[in-house]
Ligand binder design. Sequence first.
Ligand code: GAL
Length: 686
Amino acid sequence: MNAILYEEAYEMSQYFLHGGDYNPEQWLKYPEILKQDIAYMKEVKANTFSVGIFSWSALEPAEGKFCFDWLDEIMDTIDAIGGKVILATPSGARPAWLAQQYPEVLRTNQAREKCLYGARHNHCLTSPVYREKVRLINEKLALRYGKHPALLMWHISNEYGGDCHCKLCQEAFRVWLKQKYGTLEELNHAWWNSFWSHTITDWSQIESPSRLGDQLVHGLNLDWRRFVSDQTIDFFENEIAVLRKYTPNVAITTNMMAESYDLAPFRGLNYGKFAQFVDVISWDCYPAWHNDWETTAQLACKVGFINDLYRSLKKQPFLIMECTPSAVNWHEVNRTKRPGMHLLSSMQLIAHGSDSVLYFQWRQSRGASEKFHGAVVGHDGRQNNRVFQEVKQVGESLQKIKEIKGLNKYSRVAIIYDWENDWALEDVQGFSKQGKQYVKTLQQHYQIFWQKDIPVDVITCEQPIDEYDLVIVGMLYMMSEAFMEKLTEYVTQGGTVVMTYLSGIVDKHDLVYLGGWHKSLQQLFGIDVIEIDTLYPKQTNSIIMDSMQYEVKDICSVIQNNSAEILAYYENDFYAQTAAVTRNHFEKGKAYFLGARTHHDFLEIFYSQLIDSLKLTSSWVEKPHPDVSIQTRESDTMMYYFVMNFSHEERWLTITESGKDLLTQEECHKQLRLSPYQVRVVSVKK
Ligand code: GAL
């Protein structure tokens, strides 16, 4: 069903989607502006607009009094220029009258303070009144626009996130727990409640985590996060029920996000689970380009990582629902994209599997907090300025590469990222506070492949792994026995797995496995992890591999070797001369264990050998350049190479097969020249 909707949605739009959040409701008193918008849309080759995201008070100015005239006009006008609308349900922000009339719709925070009306994303996830009001307005939208020719897709709410701790939510949490555990005895055991005399004797004693109460019962914290994810999905299901009823052939998405601008996955919700409920993944990507703490290439690599994660959620093309054509307004410093960066960064999103470049926002608002956020049309209302012209260049470029739309990416390497593990690691008290760095570690491993232009899927523990040649399991502290079995089966069948320190320590309840490192892992890796040494930030140890010395830091696992080959030894400390890196031949495959956190130098050597032995290297470029990224999308007959220069210098590459740059129409043979920030999209016959 989902796949069909996805196909249908895409058939409806001939091109990559280009456009973005459009808020005509802010400009209803400015008819000349609305007219100008339409002319400008055509000029930048914009074809798709997300409308209605925060429009509830314009759609229902008073309870039961609906006003659709303005939206009718917008839908018709966009249709008249051949455009499409991703129509939003307005639940992300509600009218003041609604909150005043029904205070239960407002959130209660963890300190049990009832919030006032204001801001956005501040509704209770459980409130029956809110759910009903949302259902009603969604029904109106579905009935009115369900058959409108401009309707492309539904955009459900906006960036779901946050939690509510009101009495209704507490009650729903208790019901959720009852369903999960059945008895209090089970729950008390899972949460290890005999600790600090926390034994629960009646369900009504359970309260969500709060700074006024419990925040240190890790099982409770985990279950609360799981509940919030489930409750959000349940809220979403309530939103979409009427849309599925009246518009069963219209695809549904909701825009996901990243954790601020360090581009870690958003931790508030388990997107791995949420992904199963949407037809198309979409997300909002706001890197801090040109910052002063990392190179452009380092940041580009993180952009690659998170896009590969969100693409891999469904292993199909996704949408960038929001990005900025220039600057944002909410980073510490809001630097605008330098000339050329908009095209380069947009093409990078496409290269990783996006079928759109959609902006927040079409037109800069005149007042309130986002008035200085970048937009296609600025306060000057001009189309001859740099940003507008660069947006136009992206619009034109997307048309030139339209044959790539809908094509997939294929990877032979997978890195596991797991939301629940991220939550559990965040809670861990022990090891080192600064030294945990889960996502940073995964990004560090990913970087090796990114620099060598080897495509990677970033997948969750629940996804299949048998199709990969290499699976990297970094810091998977919380690991179910089911996942251990899956890994064992994978290696038995000939797969290669690389696992790092701090993996396989607790089960799904965050209870530590007893009796040494888990027996399945001991068997698979041929070792036992008998101690974990945590280093202060300025302390280091070193390891020796093939007579070369590499510094290690933060975390060193002390390993008892049983049947593995030792690839590297520690040099110092009470575990000097013992195994730091091992390889175990297990059935038809191999299982590597990295006991300590290394720098890039070690990973480079370690993975290069693996890449060679597994023949993972892309053969199209003779010698990859670490700050030129090449990503591919492919059809049965064609390969499309996105060649992206993230350096500030000219770069030359030697290619092994000729092709054609779809952006410039140049034929490309042998030597490929890229000026700073240049991107080429080279099509090569298979
Ligand atoms: C997103 C949000 C948009 C807008 C944007 C600004 O997170 O969905 O409505 O606020 O940020 O960058």
